[in-house]
Design a protein around this ligand. Structure first.
Ligand SMILES: *[C@@H]1O[C@H](CO)[C@@H](O)[C@H](O)[C@H]1NC(C)=O
Length: 553
């Protein structure tokens, strides 16, 4: 019924992924090749970037270009390419040619001097291949400043495709106020043996992503997994079986031994474990969102493994947004059904909260950072039209899909089906040692999942903040799998300890502490919600399992 309509709604999203015309990456002889100017900024702080033409560079004489393209992912990352005005044609050599003149008045000179003092470099693109160049140079005593004025491009081609670009900066000119500086370029085309599929290889950094370290980290985590799985199965097999045995004996012994308390404590709280959480609304929304984040991570990593997503600007982000929108029913299904099982009535409210929790969090952070970016005139500010587009996706794609998921979830698995009845009056929670407090257990429990992923996190963060191209998605996949297993095991062990201390609040603290600001907080929270949801799923299966065999009355 609603499905075809929803598909139609999704259709406008598809071009986000599709390769646009310029991006066929094939050229005929003498066909126009566009040199895009991207950003300029300090070499030592690579997140701080400005538009290339925010420095008083001049534009070449060529005004019109055949086509322009931009994806949502690019716009969100603040990539806004500007045409350089240089006339470049496929397989057409250009001798050194002056393309424009900078009229160096005092203001312009100061701008260049500031940039050179701060080691500015700029970035350009040819056929999606990034090119970097240095703006200028200071002499040793820091009094004279020189600008590189001659861009020497060497472009390698293989058949009808561009496979390699080298830029050499030459023509050092001293910055003297009230002179004219001529900017020039040359293009040399060379036949190259590099295959088109391999043309990004020279940007990848195999020595940085040392495979030895990866394997070591995987091995490390793997041992942890074996240890934890062993621990969990030991608890399940031995302790539980013993507990059952004792419990059935105990039934004959009246209440005498019940005071022995925490030795087989989890039995005592059977009337409370399935009590709905104290904030079912936010809880089920978090669980739903976590499931969705898990689905998104899984799919995006698989897509990234199959297609080398790094070869196109912003394609990773576009893919993530598309997958996020498309997996909204997952969120609705798990959130909605959990909410229904917890006896919640305001399901429409729950659906709204569930659907907008993550988008609001991400957009809120982006909005805030955007303000700062605009204040500093940085190029990473997100254009207004893009924000509108994101809002449209939230309301017209994510929300309806979420609704479908919620309705499915409520109808298919919305019935409470707990193995034990819930007592009307909550049982008092006995005093216990400090290390059995939920807050302590939550923190300690977080150490193991963190330990299993932190090496990979190091690589991911470094590539995110320092522009290394991340490409070892196979490892990321392994780490995700390990993370899931570790999280589930740790949560089960922690829950078992809590229940044994007769604390029935077995899902109590959920958030990992987010220790970075801005995007880092979003990242951690998303990861925290994801781990929380995975842990919840695992441990709820566990709790159900152990209480299924309890005979009551
Ligand atoms: C670019 O530079 C590299 C390393 O110096 C060289 O191997 C390659 O052939 C150059 N490519 C072109 C197109 O000149």
């Amino acid at each position: 019924m609603a499905a075809p309509g929803l598909l139609l709604l999704l259709l406008p999203l598809l071009p986000l992924r599709a390769r646009a015309d310029e991006h066929e990456h094939t050229y005929q002889d003498k066909e126009e090749v566009v040199l895009w100017m991207n950003t300029v900024g300090p070499y030592h702080n690579r997140q701080e970037t400005y538009k290339y033409f925010s420095l008083p560079f001049c534009v070449g004489s060529k005004k019109s270009i055949g086509h322009y393209h931009e994806t949502l992912g690019e716009a969100l990352q603040g990539v806004e390419l500007e045409f350089s005005g240089l006339d470049i044609k496929f397989k057409d050599d250009v001798m050194q040619t002056t393309y424009c003149e900078v009229d160096l008045d005092k203001g312009r000179r100061d701008a260049f001097v500031y940039a050179i003092k701060n080691h500015y470099w700029y970035q350009m693109y040819i056929d999606d291949l990034p090119i970097w160049g240095i703006v200028g140079e200071a002499d040793e005593n820091g009094e004279d400043y020189y600008l590189w004025t001659y861009k020497k491009l060497e472009i390698g081609f293989n058949g009808n495709r561009i496979v390699d670009v080298n830029l050499t900066s030459e023509g050092k000119v001293k910055l003297v106020p009230n002179t004219k500086i001529q900017m020039s370029y040359s293009v040399k085309w060379k036949k190259s043996d590099v295959k088109f599929e391999d043309r990004f290889d020279k940007y990848l950094d195999p020595s940085f992503f040392q495979h030895r370290i990866h394997w070591f980290s995987i091995f490390n985590s793997f041992m942890m997994v074996i240890f934890l799985v062993g621990l969990v199965s030991m608890i399940l097999m031995r302790t539980l079986r013993k507990d059952y045995a004792r419990y059935s004996k105990e039934e004959e012994m009246d209440d005498m031994d019940r005071d022995l308390g925490d030795e087989y404590g989890w039995k005592q709280v059977h009337g409370d474990v399935f009590r709905p959480s104290s904030h079912p609304l936010i809880f089920s929304s978090l669980i739903g969102s976590g499931c969705q984040i898990f689905a998104v991570s899984l799919i995006v990593i698989i897509v990234a493994m199959i297609e080398d997503l790094y070869t196109e600007r912003g394609s990773m982000l576009s893919t993530a947004i598309f997958v996020y929108a498309a997996t909204s029913p997952v969120n609705g299904y798990f959130g909605g059904s959990l909410y229904a099982r917890q006896g919640g009535r305001r399901w429409i409210k729950q659906m709204f909260i569930g659907a907008f929790l993550i988008p609001a969090m991400v957009c809120g952070t982006a909005f805030f950072i955007n303000f700062i970016a605009i204040y500093y005139h940085a190029s990473r500010a997100i254009p207004f039209a893009t924000m509108v587009a994101v809002c449209c996706i939230c309301f017209f794609v994510i929300l309806p899909l979420n609704l479908v998921g919620t309705i499915l979830g409520r109808n298919l698995s919305g019935q409470p089906n707990f193995p034990c009845r819930v007592n009307a009056v909550p049982r008092p929670i006995p005093e216990k040692k400090w290390f059995m407090e939920p807050a302590v257990i939550v923190c300690l429990g977080g150490i193991l999942p963190f330990g299993s992923i932190f090496i990979e996190m190091y690589f991911i963060f470094t590539s995110f903040w320092a522009y290394k191209i991340y490409y070892v998605y196979g490892f990321m996949m392994l780490v995700l799998v390990i993370l899931c297993i570790v999280t589930v095991c740790v949560t089960i062990v922690c829950t078992y300890f809590l229940l044994n201390a007769e604390d029935y609040r077995w899902m109590y603290g959920l958030f990992q502490t987010s220790f970075y600001f801005g995007y880092m907080a979003v990242f951690s929270t998303a990861l925290g919600i994801m781990c929380g949801a995975i842990g919840y799923m695992g441990t709820s299966a566990f709790v159900r399992k152990i209480y299924t065999n309890v005979k009551i009355d």
